[in-house]
Design a binder for this molecule. Sequence first.
Ligand code: IMP
Length: 426
Amino acid sequence: MSTIVLIGTQWGDEGKGKITDFLAERADMIVRYQGGNNAGHTVVVGDKVYKLHLIPSGILYEDKVCIIGSGVVIDPAVLIKELKSLEDRGISTANLKISQRAHVILPYHQLLDQAEENSKGNKRIGTTSRGIGPTYMDKSARVGIRMIDLVDQAELANLLKENVQGKNNILTRVYNCEGVNYQAVLESYKSYAKVLQKYVTDVSIIVNEAIEDGKSILFEGAQGTLLDLDHGTYPYVTSSNTTAGAACVGAGVGPTKIDKVIGVAKAYTTRVGEGPFPTELYDEVGLYIQKQGGEFGTTTGRSRRCGWFDGVIGRYTVRINGLNCLAITKLDVLSGLEKVKICTAYRYRDDIIEGFPASLRLLSECVPVYEELPGWQEDITGARKLGDLPINARKYLERVSEVAGVPIAIISVGSKRTQTIVTAGI
Ligand code: IMP
């Protein structure tokens, strides 16, 4: 292993936390490079369950350096709570480094997120209400507050004053809701700065030096390809780039430094929030998958919509991310089904479509073309090598790989670190 980018290939929640944790064992450094606390990772170590939103799951290993890159948006209150809960459980956070250039989420971002959603009626995105979109909006509008500004009291006071004035105008005049109190926000953010100051640094230097020293680095993506601002199901997307290219931008490394890209996909598909989802199941099979897979969000607790594996998305995601291989998670969830299905193409009116369409109107009218395979009844959670899996499960994986056009290197059959099958060199 040298430099690996790990991304989600569907609508997020693919089980990246588990795969990151598994690969982190061989890495020296783990880097988060986009998104914010809209993400949620559940990692199970022994009988302990950790739910992380901002801190890379590598923190669970004492000797790994964990980086939050400039592409991440940080809610300091959430980060401090996460740090405290780790420390309370005896996990050291001394190896965490936070980019000076990462943008800060402020209370008015959350209020704007909610107000914008409420104003959209049935066109709402279904955001996590964490203020992610408005924070990235401020970044693009060049009025955002970065970690380097947060830890500089005078700069924070100035920038916050300008921002609070502008945002309160929008909140009160456009959305008819209450604004925020400048002094109260300033005081709480000054106190956050005191706690976080020691972690804030130029992380691009640290990551590039590690690459030069031949260290193994894992770049851990949040959300999934179809939530990407450019390549996802726009406008039902998040406000950052979730695809592999974002690792370079959000960590401050050049594309020439990346060796491999691994895409994580569930053995089926899930989605939270609004927007078209061609293979969504509305029947008892969908409910079975939701129940067996525990498909309820780590961040918001919302139930996830469930459907069959979508090979059209699989091929799309291989191309957009330049995937070398896939990691398939939650294969065990499909155990017990009589038949399993893979979507190989879409039917749109009289046409068969092989590629993933940009038009949401077209996508919402697409009907999946399915290939049906026999299921398997065996409990596979104890499988540790490919040969331990029932023949039907192996045939299913073979077809997934063929349809997506990429080899499968990792198979996960349970939430524990040990419940992982590695089929190829990674
Ligand atoms: P936002 O990122 O809170 O602005 O939400 C935009 C869309 O992305 C909504 O559909 C969310 O449900 C979705 N989303 C954001 N983060 C995640 C995630 O970590 N997993 C799954 N969906 C997410």
